[in-house]
Design a protein around this ligand. Structure first.
Ligand code: NAD
Length: 301
């Protein structure tokens, strides 16, 4: 966000002013992180109650060559725990507000000329679930023209084969995904995870029976949809930064890119986060409250 003189800059918390910007925007992106799903009962990584206070990030979220290769049992227990959390969770008012805002017929009341895309780092599937719920409410399960949702870090219910020649991907929401993981979520929650589950008892590819891995993007791996996302960021004139600590790149850099080419940035977070001092708007507080308000959608249930 280099073009703004930030020496005496304080981001605005003025909702009415933000809504004026929203109304005149043409290309809006929402860059979302774990805080979006916190009110749905899914722990964040960082921030208050963050999961990585208990577990060392790099030992749980690096590819086959590193953490997973070293200890697939530990990694699978961690992801089994997160799968269980995601299975039990329901979208909250912030997911629903984004889902409603994605529907052109609703959006045109608030931002008449704007396109809108959600770029989420979350792997829990709750934004998709919210969209399906909102659309079913409208009595039309698949209307055309709905804004795009890009799950750039993959999906926790995808299970990928680790064999290069197979690479089979299966969408699997079973609980537990395999018998050996049953109950291990309690040890993860308690921070006492230690059981060594043999590789042949961990999830296997349903096609070739090789070891399978969670279908999420780990540190050192390329996020998904990068060409599409780069184009969206280039074109964006408003970037909503929602529930992310803005520490994981490339997503952490999108707001700065939008600001650098003259777009506006609005941050929604419980607490101060990286880069928010240079944002145009900063709405501190739970996004499940601030976001529906900011998008003019407070009457959600
Ligand atoms: P993070 O854990 O680093 O940061 C979460 C942020 O959300 C913090 O800044 C915190 O202050 C804020 N927050 C917490 N509760 C909030 C609320 N109710 N309203 C508004 N803000 C709130 O998360 P991140 O920035 O997404 O970290 C990146 C990585 O974490 C990503 O790779 C993502 O895949 C992964 N992650 C995903 C999930 C999920 O799918 N739900 C959960 C944990 C981590």
């Amino acid at each position: 966000m280099s073009e703004k003189d930030t020496s005496n800059w304080t981001p605005s918390a003025d909702m009415a002013e933000f809504q004026k910007v929203l109304r005149s925007s043409k290309n809006i992106i929402a860059v979302c992180g774990a805080g979006l799903s916190a009110a749905s009962g899914i722990p964040t990584f960082r921030g208050a109650g963050g999961l990585w206070r208990k577990y060392e990030a790099m030992s749980l979220a690096t590819p086959e060559t590193e953490a997973f290769a070293e200890n697939p049992s530990l990694v699978w227990q961690f992801y089994h725990y997160r799968r269980e959390k995601a299975r039990a969770a329901e979208p909250n008012a912030a997911h629903k507000a984004l889902a409603v805002f994605s529907i052109p017929s609703y959006r045109k009341v608030i931002a008449p000329d704007a396109g809108f895309t959600i770029i989420t780092q979350n792997v829990d599937g709750l934004s998709v679930k919210a969209m399906n719920q909102v659309l079913q409410k409208e009595g039309d399960p698949r209307p055309t023209g709905i804004a795009t949702l890009l799950e750039m870090h993959g999906r926790i219910f995808d299970v990928n084969c680790t064999m290069r020649l197979c690479k089979h991907v299966e969408y699997n929401t079973s609980s537990p995904i395999c018998a050996a993981l049953a109950g291990t979520e309690n040890a993860v929650e308690a921070g006492t995870i230690d059981a060594e589950i043999p590789k042949d008892k961990l999830p296997r590819c349903s096609k070739c029976n090789a070891l399978a891995r969670p279908g999420v993007v780990w540190f050192g791996e390329q996020p998904k949809y990068m060409p599409e996302i780069d184009k969206l960021v280039d074109a964006a004139d408003l970037c909503l930064v929602i529930g992310t600590s803005s520490t994981v790149y490339p997503a952490a850099g999108y707001a700065a890119e939008v600001s650098d080419h003259g777009g506006k940035v609005a941050v929604f977070n419980l607490e101060r986060s990286d880069g928010d001092g240079e944002a145009d708007f900063l709405f501190l507080g739970p996004c499940e409250k601030t976001l529906p308000e900011a998008l003019g959608l407070v009457k959600l249930n």
